[in-house]
Design a protein around this ligand. Sequence first.
Ligand code: SF4
Length: 246
Amino acid sequence: MNEKEKIDSRQELKARLEFFRDLGVEFLVSPRKKAGKSQTAAVESPLLIAGGFSGGPATADSEEWERLIRKIMSCQACPLFKGRTQAVPGEGNRQAKLMFVGEAPGRDEDLQGRPFVGRAGQLLTKIIQAMGFSRDQVYIANVIKCRPPENRTPRPDEVKACSPYLLRQIELIKPRVIVALGKVATDFLLQSPKSMSELRGNFGEFQGIPVMPTFHPSYLVRNEGNKEIKKMVWEDMKKVLKLLES
Ligand code: SF4
């Protein structure tokens, strides 16, 4: 590593620590440390079961996954297909115990074909890291797989057309906990007439799976200086960690 890379790396570490401090994180657990010295995080993380990451050996499930992804990529079941660069099915560990569900791809996600890679995505990555995990230890998906024009909120008919894909993903992954990021995901999973502020921070349930509704990372980005909101999200994530470790 040359001198410039060392400085960049120190600056990134400083920014990350400042972010964790804003979250109210009292200490950090690296995935390796959490997994034990002689093992990799992929083996002992509570988020994983045998079988490894999405690129594991071919099974009936992996064939089902490939079929599902192909279907999503060529889907024209709602008008959103017309404006997409590509659909964004989701990514991560297909046997993860923890799943994050957001609303829909934005511009960066539409261009890259990956969920949560823009500014909000970078924030979500930091939250996952603050929990002691990496992105490839969890599964990240959206309710809607194609970008709505100008990032508008998806319409009910679009949610209805697209939701079978998310439902199948949840069935295949069988996560132990789902984190619903923002109102669209929370409304879809919990089907509750209550507001986001009433639901946030308390476990609900989707088909027997505990669901923790919390703020969407883009809301945190829009309220960047508001440490209280970050702390609320971190409190929600601590509840998720506690449940995963129980
Ligand atoms: S948003 Fe969903 S239902 Fe609509 S075209 Fe894309 S994949 Fe199909």
